[in-house]
Design a protein. Structure first.
Length: 589
């Protein structure tokens, strides 16, 4: 490539480390090597650049899965292999996509291919700021679904496209102000799968690129301690020689053991790197406490159903699929998909979208992948038949219904509708099996829920209730067990907590049962509910008398302080009109 005319004309820039002059297009890769050598003091050491690892897919069978997230880069194209050198951007032909010469060449090769599929030049990748809408280029829905998983293609690149999480990113939140001021502190992003941790890190990356900060990604599932050392070494050189900051994003940071985490502790402390860690696990237990104390913990929540609907609707729109509302009329395929092609129009029921938004339980990746699978399955089936029945009318097109999205979401061959009836049916079956002291059935229903993706904390909360409602004072320790189970589940999450729940469920199935307190309390509530007229006053002798006036009014008068008496005390504690009532003997009122 060095002999090409294009590069002979390209402006030469000087390496600030070795002062060598070379074409601008080569400066990034040259500088990477130069900085490594300069820090290590051993020239010629082969360049090592840790790669972001492939993240596990939660739904199998997606086309293009193999390329997956392993190839993705932080927004702006900066990764360990492609540090951003804004210093040299001026005059570069491909300034918008900083990277190595090889990468730039690949980008050039990619443009005609994209253009051939009708993509706007410069539409950018899904990871590029604002690029997610443009990412789904292609003529037909099927073409738009080719390649990377839909969730990756639609990863937002700007805060404006980031949905939900207002508690940490809304206006006037600390994190937003810091992002706007380009003041990125070390962060630990903690939240459930698919809630947007990696996406937020990408947005920070693209934001920080604007002030020349480098952004390097490592995945704790595949990176070795040496990879961390390499990144740190390079960051030190960058800071020392170029005064450039480095942000190190470590996905699934909880997978690093404590000593690996220790490797970057001093460098976070002295500011060589700004650390952004993402974790689904409680960082209090998984992240070295010294490291944690140097990071702000940002707690992201499961995406709400509304947020999920927004994300799904956006995806549906990008794919050119039409949503069938309750009262929308469709009589012919002319009203169908926006896809300008010979492909039959694709419709999706509005209910299917809301069901999907519920079922994916705040996990956008699951929701988008479920949508992708449902659409692809229907498109394949639609090759044999293009007739869909839409609101009683037969039209030419492909229709995606609630059942299709449920199929798309099926986990481990178990369909468990967390938002619907199945959720209540299973928890009821578990409750009744424990009450009936059937330990086998109890375990079965527990597993049905957990394997179907039920929130373990939901089950744990039901166990706390069961401990008092059904076991009560027959074994008061049951309540302690249930609360400990809840805390255990909270600490370690799934799948490790399943055995904690199983232990508690078997304990409860085997425990003696008593509803004595539960029924007595129900009787008291019924007594209050059924009372006619004003409720009886608190007897004067039971009232406290902190002031003289109250004493004068008879408060506390004749009250018998029990510890002063050797013999049992004769004293009435209920209001006069309830004298002698025994809530423990009464039938439910
Ligand atoms: N807040 C959001 N707004 C819009 N899209 C989102 C949001 N959160 C997630 N997504 C979508 O879901 C996909 C997966 O999200 P992301 O990788 O950020 O999740 P994560 O929290 O890092 O999950 P994991 O813990 O499994 O790595 C993204 O590619 C994006 O398409």
């Amino acid at each position: 490539m060095e002999g090409t005319g294009a590069q002979q004309e390209a402006p030469l820039v000087r390496c600030p480390v070795c002062l060598w002059e070379l074409p601008a297009a080569h400066i990034n890769s040259h500088l990477d090597g130069c900085l490594q050598d300069s820090g290590a003091g051993k020239g010629g050491e082969p360049e090592r650049s840790p790669q972001p690892s492939s993240k596990k897919m939660r739904l199998s069978g997606l086309p293009g899965e193999s390329s997956g997230e392993g190839e993705e880069e932080p927004a702006g194209g900066s990764g360990p292999n492609a540090p951003v050198f804004s210093l040299f951007h001026k005059g570069r032909a491909a300034a918008a996509t900083p990277g190595t010469p090889g990468r730039a060449a690949a980008a050039h090769r990619a443009v005609p291919a994209a253009a051939a599929r009708g993509r706007e030049p410069g539409a950018g990748s899904a990871a590029s700021p604002g690029g997610h809408a443009a990412a789904l280029s292609g003529e037909t829905v099927a073409q738009k679904l080719e390649g990377k998983p839909l969730a990756d293609k639609l990863r937002p690149g700007t805060l404006g496209d980031y949905v939900g999480q207002d508690q940490v990113l809304g206006e006037q939140t600390l994190l937003r102000s810091l992002l706007e001021a380009h003041e990125i502190p070390s962060l630990v992003l903690w939240g459930p799968p698919g809630c947007g941790k990696t996406t937020l890190a990408h947005i920070i990356a693209s934001n920080s690129k604007k002030n020349g900060t480098r952004f390097v990604t490592l995945s704790a599932t595949s990176a070795k301690t040496n990879d961390v050392r390499d990144v740190i070494k390079q960051a030190e050189n960058e800071k020392r020689l170029l005064k450039r900051k480095t942000i190190l994003f470590i996905d699934e940071i909880h997978r690093f053991n404590k000593s690996q985490q220790d490797t970057f502790l001093p460098h976070v402390e002295c500011g060589t790197v700004t650390l952004i860690g993402a974790t689904t696990e409680n960082p209090s237990f998984q992240v070295n406490s010294a490291l944690l104390s140097r990071c702000r913990v940002i707690v992201l929540e499961k995406l709400s159903v509304e947020a999920m609907e927004t994300i799904l609707m956006r995806a549906i729109k990008s794919l050119g699929i039409r949503v069938l509302g309750q009262d929308e009329q469709h009589t012919s395929s002319a009203n169908g998909s926006d896809s300008k092609s010979s492909e039959s129009p694709v419709y999706i029921e509005e209910k299917a979208v809301s069901t999907l938004a519920y079922l994916c339980d705040g996990d956008a990746r699951t929701g988008l992948n479920g949508l992708q699978l449902a659409v692809q399955a229907r498109l394949t089936a639609g090759k044999t038949s293009h007739q869909a029945s839409i609101q009683g009318c037969s039209v030419d097109g492909v229709l995606i219904t609630e059942d299709h999205v449920k199929e798309g979401l099926q986990r481990s061959h178990i369909l468990y509708d967390r938002a619907g009836e199945e959720h209540y049916n299973c928890i009821s079956a578990l409750h009744k099996s424990m009450r009936g002291s059937d330990e086998n059935a109890s375990l079965y229903w527990l597993a049905r829920m957990l394997e179907g993706g039920e929130d373990p904390l939901y089950v744990a909360r039901r166990l706390v209730r069961f401990a008092s409602e059904d076991i009560g004072l027959a074994d008061p320790l049951a309540l302690t067990q249930a609360v400990a189970t809840y805390q255990g589940c909270h600490f370690i999450g799934m799948p490790e907590c399943e055995v904690i729940l199983a232990q508690c469920v078997v304990y409860f199935a085997r425990a003696p049962k008593s509803i004595e307190v539960y029924s007595a309390y129900s009787n008291v509530k019924a007594c209050l509910r059924n009372h006619q007229g004003p409720l009886p006053p608190v007897p004067l002798h039971l009232r406290n008398a902190p002031t003289r006036l109250m004493k004068d009014l008879g408060y506390g008068k004749d009250y018998k302080y029990n510890p002063m008496y050797q013999e049992p005390v004769e004293q009435e504690y209920l209001p006069e009109e309830l004298k002698g009532v025994d809530f423990f003997k009464r039938q439910k009122m």
